[in-house]
Ligand binder design. Structure first.
Ligand code: GLU
Length: 551
């Protein structure tokens, strides 16, 4: 046995499996040509944020659009930052937006798929087997430097303006002998295992990032830590082993990792693995005071994924917006394919923004309004009640007490070629439907001030006389217009404008009085449909109330 092998046995005597065993256990995936394997690899440190959702969405789309695999791996090597139920929160967060991983963690303890365990804390032996192999090949070594020693070299490097880190002459234990290591271990001294970097300071590496293009950087020369003192891996090493064994083809992640790519490529090389393709996503940006900044967990409520759930944005609308942010050609596609299912859009990682997509809540609301306008009354009813059950009990009770009535409200001006776009999120529904429910409506009438009260009373009384709930939709407006004309109103705004002195107003002003009398509002969807839904008794009662208020 040579020294390297003796060192490996000293450090990892209990590790019996070899890289070859794991290669056999996790064979290359049997996927069609061009199929992409991606993963979402969060730490279970808190709620899902919009940036995380955006990354997961892009990874999911990249896999789905190529008949590949998308899996969820939990990176819990930093136990200090972990929160309770962190895994479930992530899984639920993804599922709420329709993102179902093909493999990976399902909860804190359950998982599915043949390439697991999918949580790093259950993979310690695997990492150690690969580090053992690196030690055997003279590519890794135990380092016993203390915190103080490391702080000291950092100071020296800072004052001499040198690259910080353990490398070259600063790598005190690079050539430690087995006997020395053994003595220190017997002494109870703690150690990490470091890569024996084979990089050289005058060499550069280059790689092609699928979004950012060709990138060139100095080669890594640092003896990075592979295993920490407690034997668990660093992010760098876990990424290498996991993405290799889980047969990830595309590592899609935040661009804060670009600077680590030289380390990662060296680790893939040292382990004898083929490196994956790297896809670094730029952070979502926000406009502020004419400039741009990153969407911030602290400053922006919309950065928390719970924001969308609480406000009641349908997941399909969020999905449309994520696609808008991810691929700028999606909007044109959507314009040309108004009713097509979003899955027909050809998603592409390489079309993602280099500079960072801009989050725009106004645009998002428009997209959501448009999305909701295309749902049918049943769907709006179902989604609203599901939301209201959790967030608006009063509304939930009203809607479910008389399901038919609620659905007839949602059916107003829906299902036609140009549906109305009044609702952006289920939170808007209460105000949208309020005048249909005595429990929600304050009965105030917001009459326009271009007619006198007595004129308005006359109008309502006259309309009350001709009002017939059985009038057909196509006859309704002509009848109202005829009445208006007979009472001195112009039959159109155009006629009124030509000779304003000849009229009291135009038919729109006339209809406006009826509208406010019945609903309290100047702007509503189709008045005929509203009167139909309210029903005769209620309509007449409202006319009388309005007359009372005006007298
Ligand atoms: N756990 C890392 C993070 O939370 C994952 C980065 C990656 O996707 O590789 O940022």
């Amino acid at each position: 046995m040579d020294d390297n092998c003796r060192m490996a046995e000293l450090l990892f005597k209990d590790i019996t499996k070899t890289p070859a065993d794991y290669e056999a256990q996790y064979p290359a995936r049997n996927l069609e040509e061009g199929a992409v394997v991606t993963r979402f690899a969060p730490s279970p440190t808190g709620f899902l944020h919009f940036g995380g959702l955006f990354a997961a969405f892009s990874e999911y789309m990249a896999a789905k659009s190529t008949n590949g695999i998308f899996y969820l791996r939990i990176e819990d090597t930093d136990k200090k930052r972990e929160i309770e139920n962190g895994v479930s929160l992530i899984v639920k967060g993804l599922n709420a937006f329709g993102i179902e991983p093909d493999e990976g963690m399902l909860s804190e303890t359950e998982e599915k798929g043949a390439y697991g365990p999918y949580i790093q804390s259950s993979r310690t032996e695997i990492y150690q087997a690969f580090v053992k192999n690196l030690v055997q090949r003279g590519l890794a070594y135990p380092c016993f430097m203390t915190e103080d020693e490391i702080a000291k070299i950092r100071e020296e490097q800072e004052s001499d303006k040198l690259l910080p880190g353990v490398y070259g002459k600063f790598a005190k234990y690079r050539d430690i002998t087995v006997a020395e290591a053994q003595k220190k271990i017997e002494n109870g001294e703690e150690y990490v295992v470091r890569l024996k970097s084979m990089g050289s300071p005058d060499k550069r590496i280059s790689f092609k990032d699928a979004i950012k293009g060709n990138i060139e950087m100095p080669e890594n020369i640092i003896d990075v830590v592979l295993l920490k003192k407690d034997g668990t891996p660093t992010y760098h090493f876990a990424h290498t082993v996991d993405d290799h064994l889980m047969r990830t083809t595309h590592v899609v992640r935040g661009d804060e990792w670009i600077s680590s790519v030289p380390i990662h490529l060296q680790l893939f090389y040292a382990c004898g693995f083929k490196a994956p393709k790297y896809v670094h996503i730029s952070p979502i940006m926000k406009e502020e005071n004419g400039g741009k900044r990153k969407l911030s967990k602290r400053k922006d409520p919309e950065a928390a994924v719970s924001f969308y759930d609480e406000a009641g944005y349908p997941s399909g609308a969020v999905w449309e917006y994520l696609m808008t942010l991810a691929n700028s050609n999606f909007e044109d596609w959507r314009l040309a394919n108004k009713d097509a299912d979003i899955s027909e859009f050809k998603f592409s990682l390489s079309k993602m923004s280099k500079a960072g997509a801009l989050f725009d809540i106004v645009k998002f609301n428009d997209i959501s309004k448009n999305y909701i306008s295309k749902l049918n009354a049943e769907e709006v009813y179902d989604m609203t009640t599901e939301w209201a059950k959790q967030y608006n009990e009063k509304l939930y009770t009203l809607l479910t007490d008389d399901e038919q009535y609620a659905k007839s409200i949602f059916a107003i001006e829906r299902g036609n070629a140009k549906p109305r776009k009044d609702i952006a999120k289920w939170e808007d529904v209460e105000s949208y439907v309020s005048y249909f429910y005595s429990e929600l409506w304050d009965k105030k009438r917001d009459f326009a001030d271009n007619l006198s009260n007595s004129d308005m009373v006359e109008i309502i009384e006259a309309y009350k006389n001709i009002y017939d709930e059985n009038t057909a939709a196509e006859d309704w407006f002509p009848q109202l217009r005829e009445l208006a004309v007979s009472m001195g109103f112009a039959k159109s705004p155009k006629d009124y404008k030509k000779n304003p002195d000849e009229y009291k107003g135009h038919v729109g002003d006339f209809a406006g009085v009826i509208r406010v009398a019945a609903t309290g509002r100047k702007n509503t969807p189709d008045l005929y449909e509203i009167l139909q839904v309210l029903g005769k008794d209620e309509v007449l009662k409202r006319f009388d109330e309005a007359i009372e208020l005006l007298k």
